[in-house]
Design a protein around this ligand. Sequence first.
Ligand SMILES: [Zn+2]
Length: 299
Amino acid sequence: MATWTIGAVNVTRVEEQIGFASFPPEQYLAGFERELLQRHLPWLVPHHYSPEHDRLVTSVHSWLIRTDRHMILLDCCGGNHKERPGLARFHQRDTPYLARLREAGAAPEDIDIVLCTHLHADHVGWNTMLRDGRWIPTFPNAKYLFSRSEDEYGDPRRNPAADADPQRGCAYRDSVLPVIEAGQAVLLDGTHAIDDAMFVEPAPGHTPGHVILKLQDRGERALFCGDALHHPLQVYAPHWNSRFCELPAQALLTRRRVLEHCAEHSALLFPVHFGAPHVGAITRAGDTFSIRFVPGRES
Ligand SMILES: [Zn+2]
């Protein structure tokens, strides 16, 4: 288990799963150029690409962010026992995620804020768990922060198209709605300050209401980018979207803005799907960017 320190804030990665993307690179990344993959092959194998399977390697994890005031869980992976027809990687899983969270230092009741960057199935799963046949909030003492526009877009009662999307309809019903009904959801408009070190900001594109989290403490910075980037090759090719980006033109702009922020302010980039070592420092490289991975402290 790896931990990074930003100022006085500790950030620990809580893994749910790591493995091969469900699609070959051409289908996973729109605009994918194999020549770029070949050029970066030496550092992509084995943690980011498997030549043997011709699949990108992707992680699904949460970030546990501990300050002296808050214990925040950013993004909630796929969850256990969720019915996800059409999403093999997330269908009826049974992973020891909560045991890993405890190992990282947090019991479910210790979490006071859950932040979902967006409401796709692989970011809301652990919002809830199955108890006596019902979905109940996993984190009984937490406020769950969702963007209001994302909530409107993801709710199949208000947006019937969400039901046809395997990432959304059932995920909303079993992993978002029970939180709202329990009175634990807080819907965000625009920028939201969690405290004077952490800001949630709109970053639309991957989804209409997608948000990112910026952290700054004692002169050090981090940016939690959710799915603004899926794979480290997109640092070198910010013009590639993932197949899951719902507003492609906006996703390109947001990705570039995120990378520019990291490069300009020396903010460490904390994505949700990058393989080991998961976190990187971004620098400008001509028209695009480059990444230097920054491993956490293992414990
Ligand atoms: Zn995702």
